[in-house]
Design a protein around this ligand. Structure first.
Ligand SMILES: [Zn+2]
Length: 839
């Protein structure tokens, strides 16, 4: 009998407590384990199923009962313990021994430099422990590490309650038993690590932040963030932190951004460690946001856990939203909700594809669960929660969350349990509203028209593809309008078209106040014209949404590009750096993908003229006492001038800053480092290439290291191209950076052909190096940077000939996006040519 890939464990057997001993051999990369596993049988049965993959089971029996034979099944990743007679109903202790190997990819138990570390989500605990590896099976875990060498640090989910030398010379470390946890939240880190000094939160549990010893001095910022936000989270949830201590560990090679293991949170180094003296503000904000995201999960996800992976969004959407909310409370002047808009924009972009998926989608197995970690789950989910919070009000929403926490603490829950709690606390019928957004793919385009002083609102599903057929999908859209006089109107748009009588004259009307709604807005031409001349009266997030929506309408073939260029030009003196970043981002896309080669120079000189005045005013050197906003605005404008317009004077000035930077790491404002190093890379010769490589090898600060590493993929000198491309497969580029390094090569006009050739001709090596589902997905997505129809055809046939099972969704989305971008390029090139001739 084969169980098949979609096999789910029967629910009449439940784990209660794992008492496990694990003996890892750090040098040989193998381990042995044994455990007593207490289970509850709801009815008598003869066989018990556990998950296991790559493990050899040497002993399996039930205490007081007969021995079992263990049968491994590769497809379902299970081991079946078959007993000679029925096991009785009730409590039972299984006694199991096994051995296994460290995993080659970045999951299971694997080696990352001097550290052995685990990564179990979604379903890789089974590579280390035979276990009930589905989130619904929460149990207590008591883990003992045996045979550890002297001197290595060992971190687990619970505090260490015993650390002793054994008579045979080995060392035993025992972690305190955990509260009930799903297997994907179990973690171990063993190796050469050093921490910040511990700090106590509210006189109770301790927080530590860890790194490999030479990066210990980079832990202070992450420690500060954790200690600041933990009390805020406890207050929000109305529940104390549950896991006895918090360890945050910077792991030298890591697949995702971070992982919220209970009490033992693991991070990619760049998401945790930084030097505040040289870190740009955006890096500091990102680190604070990731830390707060993971700490939010200690409640939302760890204390209350989804029943199955179809509600993964509930974990991730909530943590995404909560991180911004709490960081905003901690550092209001950072205005992180503006950064949230950037993430939301990528979700709106993805969700306009036909191959998008609903936030809550059917998930048949753990591999499909892996595919769900995308912008729909995180950013769209977070934006929907924000929209619902806006609709219910902050207080009622928080009461609902607290109620949900109280009811389901240490247990599992579904999305409907959350809606139930929110409905109970608010007295509002939230289910219909929420389900429309959670279960339907996509989102509406809300059209705002003026019909002789009355506002007509229409909704239809928005597609990025101009050839997509309209769909009758309907949402309950909480629309908030603002009239030019300042009055706000709330409308629950229920049908395809509704008329709003404002009883007030207006010049213009804004269709999405505060950009809180997860939809795009289009205006009739007259309203749009009036809005464009009223830009300073809009809030920054509203201006950003206007740019983002108008660009989406150009892509969708609804609006013409010259109107869009007019809008961008009107924002040249934009005071808000996030809006300016959006403008520069669009210009960069156009320069890269929509301008014919012979039009590049005129386009660049147009961009130069647009920003020359602002650039001269801001200059390169910060004034004494200058605020962050001005520094970041300078960074955006210089990026436009140096990297999009390729202004020779600005490039020369950037080159000088690079020389200064070599002499002294603090010689340049940290916010300008990205531009300065990118310019240095584009103008690099062989000597500078070595210099950048040397920097990438020796920088301790992970963001600096990453900056120099990616600079190596930005070179333009023809002689450097083969070296830059070959480096991708060299051990110099770590597995965690492999997809982003290749992505940078594919986005670089000078290197993209060679990089694409490398991927095709050395596919086996590429696949082996990217042997991790998440990295393969990112690799597929990186192919979307190729611009021409010829590329599209080659990518289509290549991915058809080399299908990637773990990236089916990413493949469909990348191909759809690529088809549209290629068609967009062909459509925009002549339009922009004409526009340049006129302007
Ligand atoms: Zn998360």
């Amino acid at each position: 009998m084969t169980l098949g890939k979609n096999f789910r464990l029967p629910t009449d057997v439940k784990p209660i407590r794992y008492s496990a001993h694990l003996a890892p051999d750090l040098k040989a990369g193998i381990f042995e384990g044994r455990m007593e596993l207490e289970v509850q049988l709801e009815k008598p049965r003869r066989e018990i199923y556990l998950h296991a993959v790559g493990l050899e089971i040497s002993r399996a029996r039930a205490r007081g009962a007969a021995k079992a034979t263990a049968k491994l099944d590769a497809e379902s990743e299970t081991v079946t313990l078959e007993f000679e007679q029925d096991l009785p109903r009730g409590r039972l202790v299984l006694d199991i021994a096994w051995s296994g190997k460290f995993s080659p990819g970045l999951r299971g138990l694997y080696r990352a430099g001097p550290v052995a570390v685990t990564q179990f989500e979604a379903a890789d605990a089974r590579r280390v422990f035979p276990c009930f590896d589905e989130p619904a099976f929460k149990a207590r875990w008591s883990i003992q590490l045996v045979g550890l060498p002297e001197g290595v640090k060992a971190i687990g989910n619970g505090p260490i309650i015993k650390d002793e030398k054994e008579p045979d010379g080995g060392r035993t470390v025992q972690f305190a038993e955990t509260p009930p946890l799903s297997s994907y939240l179990i973690a171990l880190c063993i190796g050469d690590l050093a921490s910040s000094p511990p700090q106590k939160i509210r006189g109770g549990y301790e927080v530590r932040t860890w790194a490999v010893p030479q990066k210990q001095q980079l832990t202070a910022f992450g420690q500060e963030v954790a200690c600041a936000v933990l009390p805020l989270l406890e207050d929000y949830f109305g529940q104390p932190y549950a896991y006895g201590k918090v360890d945050q560990v910077g792991v030298p090679d890591f697949e995702a951004g971070a992982m919220e293991n209970a009490g033992c949170i693991t991070y990619r180094e760049v998401a945790l460690l930084l030097d505040p003296k040289t870190a740009p503000l955006n890096v500091q904000k990102r680190v604070a946001e990731v830390i707060t995201h993971e700490l939010s999960h200690q409640w939302f996800g760890n204390l209350v856990t989804m029943v199955w992976w179809d509600d993964l969004w509930l974990n991730e959407a909530f943590a995404t939203w909560m991180a911004y909310k709490i960081v905003d409370q901690w550092r209001p002047h950072w205005r992180v909700w503006m950064d949230f808009e950037v993430g939301k924009a990528s979700a709106l972009h993805l969700d306009a594809l036909k191959s998008s998926h609903p936030i809550r989608a059917e998930v048949k197995n753990a591999e499909e669960a892996g595919e769900s970690f995308d912008a729909i789950t995180y950013e769209k989910g977070g934006a929907i929660l924000r929209m619902i919070e806006g609709y219910l009000g902050e207080e009622k929403f928080r009461e609902g969350i607290r109620l949900y926490m109280r009811k389901h603490r240490e247990a599992n829950a579904t999305a409907d349990d959350l809606w139930g709690a929110l409905a109970e606390s608010s007295g509002q019928p939230i289910l219909e509203l929420a389900n429309g957004w959670i279960r339907q793919t996509g989102y509406p385009l809300v059209t705002v028209e003026d019909h002789a002083g009355k506002i007509v609102l229409k909704q239809q599903r928005f597609f990025a593809d101009p050839s997509a057929q309209p769909e009758a999908t309907k949402w309950l859209v909480p629309v908030v309008l603002r009239l030019s006089g300042g009055r706000e109107l709330r409308v629950m748009l229920r049908s395809a078209e509704e008329t709003v009588d404002t009883a007030e004259r207006y010049e213009w009307v804004l269709g999405n106040v505060g950009a809180r709604g997860f939809y795009r807005t289009a205006y009739d031409p007259e309203l749009l014209r009036k809005m464009a001349s009223a830009l300073p009266q809009l809030r920054p997030e509203e201006r950003m949404a206007l740019v983002s929506d108008q660009w989406a309408l150009v892509r969708a073939g609804v609006a013409k590009v010259d109107g869009f260029m007019h809008l961008l030009a009107g924002l040249r003196e934009e005071e808000d750096h996030v809006v300016l970043d959006e403008v520069v981002g669009r210009l960069s896309f156009l320069e890269h993908r929509a301008i014919a080669d012979q039009d590049r120079a005129p386009f660049q000189s147009w961009v130069r003229n647009l920003f020359a005045g602002v650039g001269a005013d801001l200059s390169w050197e910060p004034r004494a006492g200058e605020d962050d906003e001005r520094k970041l605005r300078r960074a955006a404008v210089l990026r436009a001038l140096a990297l999009v317009a390729r202004d020779p004077e600005v490039i020369a000035a950037a080159g000088l800053r690079y020389q200064k930077l070599l002499a002294h790491p603090q010689a340049v404002d940290p916010n300008l480092l990205d531009v300065v190093v990118a310019v240095a890379a584009r103008t690099a010769d062989a000597r500078r290439f070595e210099e950048l490589k040397q920097r990438a090898a020796t920088e301790l600060d992970p963001a600096a290291k990453r900056r120099y590493l990616h600079a190596l993929a930005m070179v333009e000198h023809p002689e450097l191209v083969p070296r830059s491309v070959e480096l991708a497969l060299d051990d110099f580029v770590q597995m965690q950076d492999f997809a982003s390094y290749l992505g940078t090569l594919l986005s670089n006009r000078a290197t993209r052909e060679a990089a694409w050739k490398l991927i095709q001709s050395r596919w086996d090596a590429v696949r082996k190096k990217g042997d991790s589902p998440m990295i393969l997905r990112r690799l597929v997505e990186a192919l979307g940077a190729l611009p021409d129809r010829r590329h599209l055809e080659e990518v289509e046939s290549f991915l058809a000939a080399h299908p990637i099972e773990a990236a089916k969704q990413a493949t469909a989305q990348t191909l759809e996006r690529l088809r549209m971008d290629v068609a967009l390029r062909e459509r925009l090139m002549p339009e922009l040519h004409e526009w340049l001739a006129r302007s």
